[in-house]
Design a protein around this ligand. Structure first.
Ligand code: FAD
Length: 391
């Protein structure tokens, strides 16, 4: 019997395991694969997430990893109006582009170094006893800790704990079992990411394209190295279903936009295509259960406007650990003792989720409106920068 099982060692799970282990708690961190491993993502790590890494004692590792900083942003409207702005310097911290293979491995290593025990286990379901989560059932392979090794096909095991923290991403098996429902399509999105090489890029500048096909979603070009970019498209699930087209077809259209196609060299390749889903933080449902918490994408904490979820994953990871420490100290991690998690995320994240949902539903919902907004931004760059720096 462990004190805490954390299912999933992405940013949410690794942060929660780190905070618990640093407090001297017995924490078992499970993931279905070893690290390093890839993850579908734009690889944009907001400065607030970098700040959290420093707070967790990862300053040296962050400096050594030499993240690629983003200093400016380009936004392009459906009819091709271009707005460019520099980004604020947050006390020496920048939003960065870091391949998830690197970023997640750093966080996972830190959780292990902090004292969390890691095992490769594909969790299948929570163990419920009198309506309370008391552990997980999952399959483990024969040999453990091998980078990239998959847990599928091993023997079924039961692992018990006082508390289970579900950080197993957008398709969480724990969330599925406890919630019993999925969020409506209006609160979900699908996205595709690829890497494109031999491409002209502006150093340290992110590019977001609000095309007719994608709004209120968008396509992105984020520099990921010498003439190489993380390129992707994402849109709300209800709109995606109505289009009747695949994300790969939408990526092809995106890459044929004159502003992108003209910058690709003859040898430019599209590689490592991955598709995944996102659950918005704008949907209201319980994240705290008897003996369990849902964090990160498992709890649907991505921003409805940008699709960014790394910050929400790390914030809810830290918050869940703090609430768990208090509940463990009181000796009873039941739903009531875990309720401060609900109050905490609502205080820290709900205002921006609510605003983001509203903006993408009503303000950036038509090509004409987005054209007008971007044209306004071009005319009032000072005001836009002032507002952006407040974020
Ligand atoms: C295409 C795309 C682009 C994105 N771009 C950005 C971006 O640029 N910036 C940003 O901030 N956010 C972005 N996001 C969102 C971001 O990727 C997620 O919000 C973030 O990864 C959430 O972290 P997490 O730890 O909750 O989940 P994940 O990162 O998904 O980690 C979940 C972990 O759980 C493990 N797992 C899953 N199921 C099981 C199981 N049954 N048993 C054991 N382990 C399991 C997985 O192997 C994984 O390691 C993007 C998402 C997509 C799809």
């Amino acid at each position: 019997m462990h004190e805490v099982i954390v299912v999933g060692a992405g940013p949410a799970g690794s942060v929660t395991a780190t905070v618990l282990a640093q407090a001297g708690r017995d924490v078992l961190l499970l993931d279905r694969t070893g690290f390093p491993r890839d993850k579908a993502c734009g690889d944009m790590i907001p400065w607030g997430a970098v700040q959290l890494m420093f707070d967790l004692g990862m300053g040296e590792a962050v400096r050594a990893a030499d993240f690629y900083p983003i200093k400016a942003a380009r936004i392009v409207s459906p009819s091709g109006v271009v707005f460019e702005t520099s980004l604020a310097d947050h006390g020496g911290l920048d939003t960065c582009i870091v391949p998830r293979e690197v970023f997640d491995t750093l966080l996972w290593e830190h959780a292990c170094k902090s004292g969390a025990h890691f095992e490769i286990v594909q969790v299948e379901e929570p163990i419920l006893q009198d309506g309370r989560v008391v552990g997980v059932r999952g399959r483990a392979p024969e040999s453990r800790y091998a980078g990239g090794e998959s847990a599928q096909g091993g023997a079924l095991r039961e692992i018990r704990a006082q508390l289970v923290i579900a950080a197993d991403g957008a398709t969480s098996v724990i969330a599925r079992a406890l919630r019993g429902t999925k969020s409506p399509d209006l609160h979900r999105a699908v996205a595709l990411r690829a890497y494109v090489d031999d491409l002209d890029l502006t150093d340290h500048m992110s590019e977001s394209y609000f095309t007719r096909d994608l709004i209120p979603g968008y396509g992105w070009v984020f520099p990921a190295g010498e003439r190489c970019a993380n390129v992707g498209v994402g849109l709300r699930l209800d709109l995606f279903r109505r289009k009747g087209r695949t994300l790969k077809e939408m990526l092809d259209d995106f890459l044929h936009l004159p502003m992108i196609a003209a910058r690709r060299g003859r040898d430019s390749r599209v590689e490592k295509v991955l598709v995944w889903q996102l659950n918005f933080g704008s949907d209201v449902f319980p994240r705290a259960y008897d003996g369990a918490l849902l964090i990160g994408d498992a709890g649907g904490f991505t921003d409805p406007l940008t699709g960014g979820g790394i910050y929400g994953a790390m914030v809810t990871g830290k918050l869940a650990a703090e609430v768990a420490l208090q509940a463990l100290a009181e000796g009873d991690p039941r739903r009531q003792a875990l309720a401060p998690f609900e109050a905490g995320w609502r205080q820290q994240l709900w205002p921006s989720f609510r605003l983001g949902y509203w903006l993408q539903r009503w303000l950036i919902s038509s090509p004409r409106l987005v054209d007008l907004i971007v044209a306004f931004m071009v005319r009032h760059p000072g005001l836009v920068q002032y507002l952006a720096n407040k974020l």
